[in-house]
Design a protein around this ligand. Structure first.
Ligand SMILES: Cc1cc2nc3c(=O)[nH]c(=O)nc-3n(C[C@H](O)[C@H](O)[C@H](O)COP(=O)(O)O)c2cc1C
Length: 171
């Protein structure tokens, strides 16, 4: 039996927006050299052994084709100092190359763009892509991690705004 929801998509977004998240910048590279770059807050870790993480990607995203074709994907957990990257990677009308053109990056394993100023990076290959509603869930098998110790708090997103509620550990 299907029941009609008693709310609209704006209310749904507003309610989900009460869940504070971190903010990641996802980059990807296909075997034929296409690149994608976008801001993602649907990131979560899934499995420790083997190491797997996931994020959700809208079918409507201009990055959809490149990300679903990608050979390598890198997920950058952004710091408060990288809000400009988060805003740039979320800008409609810019291609992956154009988004990356505005920030410093270096090629990582398999040529995937890495943003070296990021405190924590996970890189790997897409292990599974599951369609669900108007998004796909992309599971990434992680084979490289990078940590750059920093006392700068993580960039966070809450109720539609970038915030900084997460304080870095001091020990
Ligand atoms: C804080 C934040 C989090 C986002 N998280 C996601 C996400 O998890 N999945 C997704 O597909 N798009 C997400 N987006 C949207 C994309 O970053 C991008 O803005 C959107 O795809 C529009 O770009 P396009 O017009 O080139 O498709 C997020 C945007 C912001 C600002």
């Amino acid at each position: 039996m299907t029941t009609e929801p008693l709310f609209d998509s704006t209310q749904f977004r507003r309610v989900c927006g009460h869940f504070p998240t971190g903010v990641t910048a996802v980059t990807a590279r296909t075997a034929d050299g296409r690149v994608a770059a976008l801001t993602v807050n649907s990131f979560t870790s899934v499995s420790l052994d083997p190491a797997k993480v996931l994020f959700c990607l809208a079918h409507s995203s201009s990055s959809f084709q490149t990300l679903t074709d990608a050979e390598r994907i890198a997920i950058h957990i952004l710091s408060q100092e990288q809000e400009d990257v988060a805003r740039r990677f979320a800008t409609s009308g810019l291609s992956g190359e154009e988004r990356l053109g505005g920030v410093g990056w270096t090629p990582g394993p398999g040529g995937v763009p890495l943003l070296p100023e990021t405190p924590a990076i996970l890189a790997g290959h897409p292990a599974e892509i599951i369609t669900s509603g108007d998004h796909v869930i992309i599971l990434v098998a992680v084979d490289h991690v990078h940590l750059k110790p920093s006392e700068t708090p993580a960039l966070s997103f809450y109720q539609g705004r970038f915030t900084t509620p997460v304080v870095a550990a001091t020990d």
